[in-house]
Write a protein that binds this ligand. Structure first.
Ligand code: RB5
Length: 151
């Protein structure tokens, strides 16, 4: 059974989100789309939260967020408890953020990577499993940092 993927974007990431949706569907990954629905200007933190909430609510197994650079989405997503978001522009980073960081959100910059590279990055991220072991301890320490933050 393939993982279910939550997708979300702002206006800048919308064309890439749509391209990824088509590629994911063709590759057999069920997709949950948290918006946006057009290239009309909107605020990326709104859609970072929309995608991450669906992920945390169990509607998907992993999430991909697209904006212009991928950076705003990753900054916003990493403010949400339980999210470990990685902004990647290469397949090596995508592979190792799953192996070592157990990242659950991939952020892509539609103005940084083309659709072909974005798909290879996404496919690498979605098909690589967390290695565990000493990396589980380190990810646990990240989550401890989060737990110590004041509300
Ligand atoms: C929108 O112009 C742009 O700022 C946004 O998509 C993103 O790149 C922010 O980090």
């Amino acid at each position: 059974m393939k993982k279910t993927i939550v997708l979300a974007s702002d206006h800048a990431g919308y064309p890439l989100k749509e391209a990824l949706k088509a590629q994911l569907t063709t590759a057999g990954f069920p997709v949950v789309d948290a918006g946006t629905d057009s290239t009309v200007s909107c605020d990326y933190p709104v859609y970072a939260e929309a995608g991450c909430r669906k992920l945390l609510d169990g509607e998907g197994d992993l999430c991909i967020l697209c904006c212009g650079t991928g950076i705003g989405m990753s900054m916003a997503a990493n403010k949400i408890r339980g999210i470990r978001a990685a902004c990647c522009s290469d397949t090596y980073s995508a592979r190792y953020t799953r192996l070592h960081n157990d990242a659950n959100v991939l952020c892509l910059g539609a103005r940084v990577v083309g659709e072909g590279l974005a798909w290879e990055i996404a496919e690498t991220f979605l098909t690589t499993e967390f290695e565990g072991g000493k990396h589980a301890r380190r990810v646990g320490l990240i989550m401890d940092l989060e737990a110590r933050q004041q509300d």
